[in-house]
Write a protein that binds this ligand. Structure first.
Ligand code: FAD
Ligand code: SF4
Length: 397
C-alpha cells in the first residue's frame, strides 16, 4: 500500500467543521434548560453554554467553558463514544432528527486553543502543599491540572517515555493522533506541572513521606493471555502492542499480516481489526466465541468495522494457534482451521498487579485503574473529582 493510501486510511474519521458549518450547526441547538447532554456527559460540560458561544462567534469563551469542566476536552471531542453519551441524550433524537454534532462543535472550539496557543487558565496562589501523581494518563493529568489551579505543587511520575497514557499510545489513529494528544498534555504542563518520565513507580509508601497527598492513575495492565497452545508463535501479538507500534512509527513500518485474525469482540478488538485492514491486510477477521448480540463493542464501532470490510466469525472458540515456526492458522473447537499469518489478541486488559495501593486517607485513585476500564471522559471526570477532594483535604487540615 502506498504512503498516500496509508495516510488517507488513517485520516480523521470525523473531519473538522468549517466555520460556516459550525455556525449553522450551533444555531440548530435548542439550548435546553437542564440539558440532557450535559447530564449525560461524565464531566458535565455545560453544552448549551459552549454551543451558544460558538453561535455568537466567541470561540475562546466557548473553549473555556469546555476545558473548565474537562481538561481533556480536545481528545474527548475526537474520541468520546458520543452515541451513548451527550449526542445520544440530545432531545432531537426523540423527534427522529439527527442530534446536534456536539463533539464536532467541541472540536471546533478547542482546536483554536491549540492553534492560537491561548492560555485559558492560570495556576492558583501557591499553597505550599505538594502532591505526587502516579501515571500521566488522562486521569492523572486532569487531576494535575486542577490541583495547579488550586495552587498546589504537582509532580507527575510516568513510566513511559511520553506522557498522555492511552491518548498517546492507544486510541485508534483515525480518531486521535499522538501529536494532538501531546499538544493537549503540553497545555496542562504549561500550568507549572513537573513531569518525570521513564519512572516506573513500584511502591506508593515512599511518596507519602515526601508529599502531602498521592493520586494514583496508572490505568490497566497488559492484555490478558489466551492460554491456548501456539500463543508464543511469531505472528501472535497483543492488541495494545500492535496499536502502540502503529501510533509511534510511520505507517509503513508497522508489520501487518496478509490474513489477520483478531480474537475478542470489544472496542479494542474492533480498533485492532479495522487498523489491520487499513494498514493493508487482505483479510481482517474478528473471531469471537459467543454470538453477535453478546459483543461488548459499541454498535457504531461494529458498523465501522463492517464498513471497512472486516470479517466476523461468531460462536467460534479458538482451540490452538497452529504453525511451524510462524502462525499459519487458528484452529477452532469445531475442528475447523482459519488460515492466517497474524493473530491479534484482544480479550481485555488485566489489572496492574505490580503496584499495590495502600489504604491511606492521603492516597486517591481514579481512571481505568479505579473504574475497571471506561473512557477518556470518565478518567478526566475522576481526575477532576479527586483534585477537588485532595484540595479539600489539604486546605481543611
Ligand atoms: C485500544 C484502546 C482504545 C480506546 N479507545 C477509546 C476511545 O476511542 N475513546 C475513549 O474515550 N476511550 C478509549 N479508550 C479508553 C481510554 O483510553 C481510557 O479509559 C483512558 O486512557 C484511561 O485513562 P487513565 O489515565 O486511567 O489510564 P491510562 O491512559 O492507561 O494512563 C495510565 C498511565 O500510567 C502509567 N503508569 C502505569 N503504571 C505506572 C507506574 N507503576 N509508574 C508510573 N507510571 C505508570 C502508564 O504508562 C500510563 O501512561 C481506549 C482504550 C484502549 C485500550
Ligand atoms: S466530553 Fe464527550 S460526552 Fe462530554 S460533551 Fe464532550 S463529547 Fe460529549
Amino acid at each position: 500500500m502506498s504512503d498516500a493510501e496509508l495516510a488517507a486510511n488513517f485520516a480523521d474519521i470525523a473531519p473538522p467543521l468549517t466555520n460556516d458549518a459550525a455556525l449553522l450547526e450551533a444555531n440548530q441547538c435548542l439550548f435546553c434548560h437542564d440539558a440532557p447532554c450535559t447530564i449525560a456527559c461524565p464531566t458535565h460540560i455545560d453544552v448549551p453554554a459552549f454551543i451558544k458561544k460558538i453561535a455568537s462567534g466567541n470561540l475562546r469563551g466557548s473553549a473555556r467553558v469546555i476545558l473548565d469542566a474537562n481538561p481533556f476536552g480536545h481528545s474527548c471531542a475526537r474520541a468520546c463514544p458520543v452515541e451513548v453519551l451527550c449526542e445520544g441524550a440530545c432531545v432531537l433524537n426523540d423527534r427522529d432528527e439527527a442530534p446536534i454534532k456536539i463533539a464536532l462543535l467541541q472540536r471546533h472550539a478547542t482546536d483554536r486553543v491549540l492553534e492560537h496557543k491561548w492560555k485559558l487558565f492560570e495556576a492558583g496562589t501557591p499553597t505550599g502543599k505538594r502532591v505526587a501523581i502516579i501515571g500521566a494518563g488522562p486521569a492523572g493529568l486532569a487531576c494535575a491540572r486542577d490541583l495547579r489551579r488550586y495552587g498546589h505543587a504537582v509532580t507527575v511520575f510516568e513510566a513511559k517515555p511520553q506522557p498522555g497514557g492511552l491518548n498517546t499510545y492507544g486510541i485508534a489513529e483515525y480518531k486521535l493522533k499522538a501529536d494532538v494528544a501531546l499538544a493537549e498534555v503540553q497545555d496542562i504542563l504549561d500550568l507549572g506541572v513537573e513531569l518525570k518520565l521513564g519512572v516506573m513507580v513500584t511502591a506508593i509508601e515512599p511518596f507519602l513521606k515526601e508529599y502531602d497527598a498521592v493520586f494514583v492513575g496508572v490505568g490497566l495492565g497488559s492484555t490478558k493471555r489466551l492460554g491456548i497452545p501456539g500463543e508464543e508463535l511469531p505472528g501472535v501479538i497483543d492488541a495494545l502492542t500492535f496499536i502502540e507500534h502503529l501510533k509511534t512509527h510511520p505507517y509503513n513500518q508497522t508489520p501487518v499480516g496478509r490474513n489477520v485474525v483478531v480474537i475478542g469482540a470489544g472496542n479494542t478488538a474492533i480498533d485492532a481489526v479495522t487498523q489491520a485492514k487499513r494498514l493493508g491486510a487482505t483479510s481482517s477477521t474478528i473471531v469471537y466465541r459467543r454470538g453477535e448480540a453478546d459483543m461488548s463493542a459499541y454498535h457504531y464501532e461494529y458498523e465501522l468495522a463492517k464498513k471497512d470490510g472486516c470479517g466476523f466469525r461468531f460462536n467460534a472458540a479458538p482451540r490452538r494457534i497452529v504453525g511451524n515456526g510462524a502462525v499459519a492458522g487458528l484452529e477452532l473447537s469445531s475442528g475447523e482451521t482459519i488460515p492466517c499469518d497474524m493473530v491479534i489478541v484482544a480479550i481485555g486488559q488485566g489489572a496492574r498487579a505490580e503496584l499495590s495501593v495502600p489504604a491511606d486517607p492521603r492516597v486517591f485513585t481514579g481512571g481505568d485503574c479505579a473504574n475497571g476500564g471506561a473512557e477518556i471522559v470518565n478518567a478526566a471526570a475522576e481526575g477532576v473529582a479527586a483534585a477537588k477532594k485532595i484540595h479539600e483535604r489539604l486546605t481543611n487540615g
